[in-house]
Design a protein around this ligand. Sequence first.
Ligand SMILES: *Cc1c(COP(=O)(O)O)cnc(C)c1O
Length: 746
Amino acid sequence: MSGFTQTSLRSKLELMTTIETLRAKLPFPLKRLADLAYNYWWSWTNDRISLFRNIDPEQWHQLKHNPVAVLESTSYVRLTQLANDPVYIKRVKALAQEFDNYMAQTDTWASKVAPQISKSNPIAYFCAEFGIHESLPIYSGGLGILAGDHLKSASDLGVPLVGVGLLYRQGYFHQQLNRYGWQEENYDNNLFEQMALEPVKNEQGEPITIELEIRQRIVKAQIWLVRVGRVNLYLLDTDRHDNDPVDRWLTGHLYGGNQDTRIAQEVLLGIGGVRALQAVGINPSVCHMNEGHAAFCTLEIAREEIKRTGKSFYDVEASVRDRCVFTTHTPVPAGHDVFSSDLMDSYFAHYWPSLGLSREQFLALGARRLGDPWEPFGMTVLALRMCRAANGVSKLHGEVSRKMWNILYPERPEDKVPIGYITNGVHAPTWTAPLMADLYSEYLGDDWATNVADPQTWAKVDDIPDQEIWWRHQVLKERLIAHTRSKVKTARANRGEEQHRIDAADQLLDPNVLTIGFARRFSPYKRGDLLLRDAERALRIFGNAERPVQIIFAGKAHPHDEEGKRIIQRLMEWCKHQSIFSRVALIENYDIYTGQKLVQGVDVWLNNPRRPLEASGTSGEKVCFNGGINCSVLDGWWCEGYQAGADGKGINGWAIGEDAHTSDQELQDRIDSESLYQLLEEEIVPLYYDQDANGIPHRWIQMMKTSIKTNAPLFNTDRMVADYVTQMYAPGCSAGAKPILASVIA
Ligand SMILES: *Cc1c(COP(=O)(O)O)cnc(C)c1O
């Protein structure tokens, strides 16, 4: 239990910084900073960080860009200084005004297109992780970032929606690479009392809690609120003094522990999540399960209805299904959560009687095949069975999912399996660098971000003068290089490298060199070391004296993924190679902040997964908003984004390996790496270095603009959330989803 908070809940709440205590502390002209700090809306305004960073840039950095912590720790002297600065006060006032206008806006997209989704019966969006900002580290990667972007766009579009998730005391691990390039995992305590979180309280001012039975014990969970623009995110936390010490750790880590922790967390998210909504007085019209982790929520919705109406499970099944929709994210069977029947027994033996079901009937809800006693309980199966609509996250992933789950619908041909697709996007204001956003405001119109899904908005990209977009892009690249040097330098010092290696970090990378970015989870299927397959050839490309190339890597490997860790180790080894040591860098501990710097600063974004294992991918979409160009396997979203000209060459990016596809992995790796080298040698490098006397690569810039113009209107979360509203949330859009294996063992 080391590092575990011993403070009782009471004192924890007393220590809490709240909007009220913060506001009370701030000098009069700065009071509105408290409202801004407690709503993550600030993180996607174009002012972004500068208002908070200006308070104290050093503290801002130290405290991980957490405005609540920065304001809390700022001295009274500094605060009164700012309160006497007329320019600063004007900026606070202007941003507060913008915030008030945003929050009060009623003429939203959703109010016109989906007025039937009301504030009193909103959509409830369930997810095991939310990636909203680096100061709220309760995410691990793509799924969480997508969930965060979903909430932000729902807020922008005025969709009545609330998020439901878990608040992890230690979140996901902190990555540190040792002297041998081997990944080590550390965990830090999140200091909830200094984060933009509020305990949800009842009218008497007492914290609202819910109870549920887990592992034969009653567990209490506290409900926290995070404000994300107009959207409320409710998070459950079991770290309470009145829980058993083991249960306090239920929300200790994201994706930590074994199957037992996993099922306990999923019970808390699904069943606890439904109870939490009820406890705070929200009666959702639709529950959206983002991935199968939350699928137990369907059972709890059924249980409530059975209790209320006295009907049987099979009588309420249809009405539960009417209120539930599901998004699947995993294109491989092994990636879907399943639990053994032993585990199910120990967690649900007390529960199935309340559904009026026998053990066999209950376990059948999660079984792929009926009548097989060894069949484990599948969360995706449960979700597909209990939801009226389901979707994959790209066109290709939709196809793959229909094929994979055809087994549940034996009477249907593959193309009639009721799983559609909505391709993932990214929240443009979050991922577009302020410097680029400013350019778009000038040339596309001030309202470009509100019209982000309209191709007309982006058609005007052609009006931007080449030198205008180029200097901004170069400045962003310099910013990325500065960030990389500083991170690498600290990391080298931390792992005790020799002084000359630490100093060499100051010379790492060069803004005039073609810069590639590669950042994602280091999972073997993502082939982080594909570029090294022919090490000699790679050295020739990167170490070329006239036309060099450089690359920045980032990403974590799952703690149990030895193979993934070995890939990181190989890359770390490569970084030291004599002829390219200033051309290759790996940034530790990939997070949203490093992610932003990378996608905003690179020339080329590389992605080379084994097809079709990348369900969608979103980092390449972020790059498009900043003028970076994708070079990727035709998988996930890029299948839909990539466009070739009459000569078969890409006009808005590059396709690795074209459509070639074989099940022989070795052969596939060879084809794809060969294609990648060839693209670099024959197309990418020559195009980049074809520059005029002022160093401006006009043909390259043409491709940047085509990439922005063709991809930006499609791969954003405004388009995506609008698709969810019209295709999944709105009543009556059941996407042909009839009950599967209907009425199971009635
Ligand atoms: C965008 C993002 C991801 C997801 O990117 P993929 O392309 O899906 O791998 C993961 N981590 C961070 C920090 C991100 O910003």
